[in-house]
Design a protein. Structure first.
Length: 256
């Protein structure tokens, strides 16, 4: 297992843990405050029911935008929402109403980020290792599902029901940082889904495509920009006195 994917799995486990810890904490809090099983089921499960709505748009964003950007925005939103939940509960600012409203947006944010998080496995490992990556990801989720009840029980014995909600934004923040680091150290985009071949021989980067190509020396590169060229995300490598070399990010060998 490479290091970027190990970091990704760690971040995935934190996000998965936070989602289900929130369900347990909200259910316990609502039961203690209202003694209503109906409200327990309603308020704790709102994100689960709203999640599919967000995932519909999340799939579109994953195809049209940088998956890393989508995940970062989603994780940041989740951190803010969980922080507000903890704040409103501890300050007793309409806590039940706050939980209900914030839970809607929390479910949407999780749904939007999910397709990009899943496809980041391809970005990090490459399409040839997708099956293995998905298997490990599901294994981590299964392990987390087993230990979450014990972890939540331990936390509920250490913290008060109000204090415990501060743990959720903390977990989300750490997970967001880990997800970002894992993506930075992995591949940027899918290898082999754009035309052309990229090679690196000594200090010469070469691209051979159906419509354009060329060679550039690493020492002569003056600027690197990410652009959209012929409907593909591409690197534009500028050099003094010569035409820029444009290389599709998803070309074969593009991770070089």
């Amino acid at each position: 297992m490479n290091k970027p994917f190990a970091i990704f799995l760690f971040a995935h486990s934190l996000g998965y843990s936070c989602f289900f810890l929130r369900i347990i904490f909200v259910g316990w809090y609502v039961l203690e405050k209202t003694d209503s099983l109906f409200l327990v089921g309603l308020l704790s499960s709102i994100p689960v029911f709203i999640f599919p709505l967000g995932s519909i748009y999340g799939g579109k964003f994953a195809d049209a935008l940088s998956r890393k950007l989508v995940v970062v925005i989603a994780r940041t939103s989740e951190f803010i929402l969980l922080f507000l939940t903890a704040l409103f509960i501890n300050l007793e600012i309409y806590p039940l109403l706050s939980i209900g409203i914030i839970s809607i947006f929390y479910g949407i944010s999780n749904g939007i980020g999910a397709p990009s998080r899943i496809n980041m496995i391809i970005d990090i490992l490459g399409k040839e290792n997708v099956s293995k990556g998905n298997s490990l990801s599901e294994l981590v989720a299964s392990i987390v599902s087993v230990i979450i009840p014990a972890v939540s029980s331990l936390l509920l014995n250490i913290f008060t029901i109000d204090e415990i909600f501060w743990i959720l934004p903390l977990i989300t923040f750490v997970g967001a940082i880990a997800m970002y680091i894992g993506q930075q150290r992995g591949r940027f985009r899918v290898d082999g889904l754009a035309p052309g071949i990229v090679s690196l021989i000594e200090d010469q980067i070469s691209y051979f495509g159906p419509h354009h190509g060329g060679t550039i020396s690493i020492a002569n590169i003056t600027r690197v920009n990410l652009i959209t060229y012929e409907e593909f995300k591409s690197w534009r490598l500028d050099q003094n006195g010569k035409p820029s070399l444009i290389i599709p990010v998803a070309a074969m060998g593009g991770e070089l």
